[in-house]
Design a protein around this ligand. Structure first.
Ligand code: NAG
Ligand code: NAG
Ligand code: NAG
Ligand code: NAG
Ligand code: NAG
Ligand code: NAG
Ligand code: NAG
Ligand code: NAG
Ligand code: NAG
Length: 510
């Protein structure tokens, strides 16, 4: 561990000084030091393409420096780690490879960036940058032409990287990966799998194919149990006791039984709720007490002997006019109350399809996006390591659905902390110009989390010109977020304050 003295006398202009002016042996010193120890485990037999690509990225942040960090081994299921370091003017990084894969010529790619949103690609025409580290024997680190990305050069298991005089707000991030090369292209046989490839790159249609119940789910026999929270075994700490839950279910009259159902368990459909994709079923229970009554629910699979953990929810007030909208093949990530017309034949039934003028808009926007994306040669010119054209398409769909299908705010006192960010929408002040939702009365919209917009900005190529409003310049008219710091509180758990808690309280629409 080598903590050096604070360097004195170097100007802090907020810009990194010219690397080439610095001699590696001039004895200048830096303040913050981090040593990273890295192991690799990749048995040759696992060099099969994995079912999904890119391989999952593990995100770590280092809270304080100096530090000595032993990273978990990179392997075929966890090929990539993304690390963020705390902001510091001066930084000295030392890397050691603790062990190698059975293919000892396969070394991890290490990319280092000071950009706020790193592209994770060195790009063409990079240059050797001896001032940033490396050795005469092994070679020096390389730096991108634009200057914000470096690749580490290994010298027999050792690597180093240095930067001093970083400006305020500049922060070092690192990507350590067995999966990609310095330009973010996938290495064959490590994590790359069924990615569409150029020139046969396909994007999903606006209306996704719905997968009916598959082989796995035909044997499952999920049932739902709902009890009023006041009578729930969770108040005695018996959250996971099936016996206690059954007793409460019977003594409270089997609220979720079929005779109270407004929607019996649906066939499992492909949904993308809370960013997690999978086959899910939906239930609709009637006969609940309106006006903020609290309930606790579980699902039980008798055949497999599996009980879920409890979830909590509260009812809205009587007369709440927004129907519940179920995930659909157009918007598999929507499952909330929206200001859409009720189903006239069955007003209590949750909506399982969207009005055609909404699906028309979704289709034309998504088709236009696909056309623009495919013109950028998806799968050939990767614009980013972290995202593909398909990721951009998915993030855009999630955002578009939230904009075209706004979420109605609670209408009962909520204990959400922070307070829900709500805006009144009326005929004169609609969410989307020219689109009248919620009838003459208007409705209160729970604003989409800014994270839903940022996700598109991050996942899509720059030349699409998708821009989210800035926090200080009107973003609060359309999005929920906290404060002015772009690195905090956009509604994603990553940035400090998740949109919802385990009790159904939500402050922005995630
Ligand atoms: C880590 O971050 C990347 C990009 O920011 C994201 O795609 C990935 O899902 C994150 N991984 C986890 C495990 O949260
Ligand atoms: C990869 O590493 C993670 C933890 O570091 C471990 O849980 C997982 O089982 C490993 N996978 C393989 C294929 O070794
Ligand atoms: C070992 O890894 C290197 C670099 O990725 C690759 O070129 C080579 O084919 C691999 N060897 C084997 C036996 O898999
Ligand atoms: C990187 O490490 C080598 C070998 O110890 C050393 O010669 C060089 O000065 C270091 N470079 C930087 C920028 O610290
Ligand atoms: C293109 O990809 C699709 C889906 O992945 C596949 O069904 C089709 O056969 C491919 N076409 C060619 C020409 O490779
Ligand atoms: C809950 O109670 C109802 C009515 O008594 C009953 O039909 C149902 O089977 C019970 N559910 C479970 C999982 O025991
Ligand atoms: C749900 O199923 C029960 C019996 O299985 C039936 O009586 C009831 O009408 C169904 N409810 C709906 C909304 O389909
Ligand atoms: C529901 O629970 C909240 C606390 O989570 C409480 O403030 C509220 O009074 C409860 N509502 C009823 C009707 O009991
Ligand atoms: C769709 O049509 C309905 C009824 O004509 C109208 O109230 C609503 O505003 C339209 N929605 C959109 C998104 O255009």
């Amino acid at each position: 561990m080598s903590t050096r003295d604070r360097h004195s006398g170097r100007s802090r202009t907020g810009r990194p000084p010219e690397r080439s002016q610095r001699s590696a042996t001039s004895g200048w010193r830096v303040f913050a030091a981090v040593i990273l120890l890295l192991s690799l485990v990749l048995p040759i037999t696992s060099a099969q393409p994995s079912p999904s690509a890119p391989g999952p990225i593990q995100n770590l942040s280092i809270a304080a420096i100096p530090a000595l960090i032993n990273l978990t081994p990179l392997n075929s299921t966890r090929p990539t780690i993304q690390l963020s370091l705390p902001p510091t003017p001066d930084l000295f990084l030392t890397f050691n490879l603790c062990s190698l894969t059975s293919n000892s010529s396969l070394l991890p790619t290490v990319l280092i960036s000071t950009a706020a949103d790193p592209a994770w690609s060195l790009g063409a025409r990079s240059t050797a940058d001896s001032g940033s580290g490396g050795t005469r024997e092994g070679g020096h680190n390389r730096r991108s032409r634009q200057g914000a990305v470096w690749s580490l050069v290994w010298d027999k298991g050792f690597g180093n990287w240095t930067m001093s005089g970083m400006g305020q707000g500049e922060q070092v991030k690192m990507l350590l990966s067995l999966d990609v090369d310095v330009n973010g292209a996938f290495r064959s046989g490590v994590g790359a799998g069924n990615m569409p490839t150029y020139p046969n790159y396909t994007l999903p249609p606006a209306q996704l194919p719905l997968f009916a119940s598959g082989a796995g789910s035909s044997t499952s026999s999920l049932t739902l149990i709902i009890v009023p929270t006041g009578s729930s075994p969770t108040s005695d700490g018996l959250d996971n006791s099936l016996c206690a839950i059954r007793t409460a279910n019977i003594s409270t009259g089997g609220i979720a039984s079929a005779r109270n159902a407004v929607l019996n368990r649906s066939q499992p459909h492909w949904m993308r709720l809370g960013g997690e994709e999978g086959l899910r079923s939906a239930w609709g229970a009637g006969d609940l007490v309106a006006g903020g009554s609290n309930y606790t629910a579980w699902t039980l699979d008798e055949a497999k002997g599996e009980l879920s953990r409890p979830v909590w929810f509260a009812t809205k007030q009587a007369g709440f006019s927004c129907p519940l909208v179920l995930p659909t093949s157009f918007c598999p990530s929507i499952a909330y109350a929206a200001p859409l017309p009720l189903d006239p034949t069955s007003p209590t039934h949750p909506l399982s399809s969207l009005p055609s003028n909404i699906t028309d808009q979704l289709t034309s926007n998504l088709n236009a996006l696909s056309t623009s994306l495919l013109s950028t040669a998806c799968g050939r010119d990767r614009y980013s390591f972290a995202s593909s054209c398909a990721d951009c398409h998915t993030a855009y769909r999630d955002w578009l659905c939230r904009v075209l299908i706004p979420r109605c705010a609670g209408g009962v006192d909520t204990t959400a902390d922070p307070a829900p960010q709500v805006t009144r929408r009326t005929v004169d002040a609609p969410r989307v110009p020219g689109v009248v939702l919620g009838g003459d009365q208007g409705y209160d919209e729970l604003l989409p989390c800014l994270s839903t917009c940022n996700a598109v900005d991050r996942a899509c190529p720059v030349n699409l010109n998708f821009r989210c409003p800035l926090r200080k310049h009107g973003a609060d008219k359309s999005y929920g977020f906290l404060g002015d710091d772009p690195g905090y509180g956009d509604g994603s758990a990553d940035l400090g304050v998740a949109a919802g808690d385990g009790w159904g309280n939500t402050w922005c629409n995630p």
